[in-house]
Design a protein around this ligand. Structure first.
Ligand code: P6P
Length: 333
């Protein structure tokens, strides 16, 4: 029997998708290829983290006031370099940089917002971490790129996705026509289509939240958590509680198994902790494209108008039927 050759690589899939848009110039494709390249470089370094001198702290804190890890700097540098070399984006917002980064590509039409290494505090304990990216068109080519170009609603995203560096390394993205997952085959250095047309189960039985802050969650969220933990075999309650502390890992599990992930507002984080531009918007785009719901409790995450590059927002996202119940109990701030 002839060998199975129907391998769909990330590049092959991107080419297939590009052919559906005759006017496509290949710029979005080029951006996605840059993500794939930088992800493979970061993956290689992470896989030897215990052996190379890249564990531990860089010695500074970032704009978020968080301790910067050596791998944060490594990942941020390589993703920025890949986007600059690719010459397809005219500006970058990164979790690691207070101001947006110019790429000197004034003619390029796309912008990138990214968390180049999310959950990096977990690296030293060998827990899955991720990269999150979000791609927009610039507002207008008639004037130089400015901060305003980055303050678009999430609904304006052209594409978004994440890389999860876990037991295997996967790149999951959407360009507005569904969600597809590609698993890295290290033996050939290619991301290969492994999870076509990903859809989140409408129902789930996993609640993902840091219960350490529960005392000061909004009352409606406390009510929802009480509902999840109440005994009712007919609805598989009490649900399991699973919280990894890496948003990409928690969201990837939620996508595959169903459930609800949340980072509510609390006394310590009145606007929540997670950042709108490069964590909540891209993962909400993925969640909605996979048939789920993503909300701040009052509106779709993707309808929020940012006021600054590092805005935070409370976020509740996951299986449709579970989110319907959450939103019914949530009584707003
Ligand atoms: P906490 C990682 O630092 C991160 O930004 C997300 O990946 C994760 O979901 C969240 O923060 C964890 O925050 O307060 O529960 O440790």
């Amino acid at each position: 029997m002839l060998p199975n050759t129907d391998l769909v690589t990330l590049n092959g899939y991107i080419n297939q998708q590009e052919r559906k848009f005759p006017k496509a110039m290949g710029n979005l494709s080029g951006l996605l290829r840059s993500v794939g390249l930088a992800a493979r470089i970061v993956n290689r370094e992470l896989n030897k983290a215990g052996l190379a001198d890249i564990l531990g702290d860089w010695g500074t804190t970032n704009v978020q006031g968080e301790t910067v890890k050596k791998m944060d700097i490594f990942a941020n540098s390589h993703f920025i370099a890949a986007f600059k070399r690719g010459r397809r984006c005219c500006g970058i917002v990164s979790e690691e940089d207070e101001e947006w980064i110019m790429t000197d590509e004034e003619g390029a039409q796309y912008l990138v917002c990214m968390d180049s290494l999310d959950g990096s505090s977990n690296i030293d304990v060998n827990v899955g971490v991720g990269t999150i990216f979000s791609i927009y068109r610039r507002l207008s080519a008639d004037h130089p790129v400015s901060k305003l170009d980055f303050l678009q609603k999430g609904a304006e995203q052209v594409a978004a996705g994440y890389v999860i560096y876990g037991t295997s390394t996967m790149l999951v993205y959407t360009a507005g026509s569904g969600v597809n997952g590609f698993t890295l085959d290290p033996s050939i250095g290619e991301f290969c289509l492994s999870h076509p047309d990903m859809k989140i189960p409408e129902n789930g039985s996993i609640l993902s939240v840091n219960m350490g802050y529960a005392k000061t969650f909004p009352q409606g969220i406390k009510d929802y958590i009480d509902y999840c933990l109440a005994e009712d075999k007919s609805t598989k309650r009490p649900y399991s509680v699973r919280y990894i502390g890496s948003m990409v890992a928690d969201i990837h599990r939620t996508l595959l198994k169903g459930g609800v992930f949340m980072y509510p507002s609390s006394a310590d984080a009145p606007n929540g902790k997670l950042r709108l531009l490069y964590e909540c918007n891209p993962l909400s785009f993925i969640m909605e494209q996979a048939g789920g719901i993503a909300s701040n409790g009052k509106q779709r995450i993707l309808e929020i108008t940012p006021t600054d590059l590092h805005d935070r927002t409370p976020i509740y996202m996951g299986s449709k039927n579970m989110m319907d119940k959450l939103l019914a109990l949530y009584k707003g701030w």
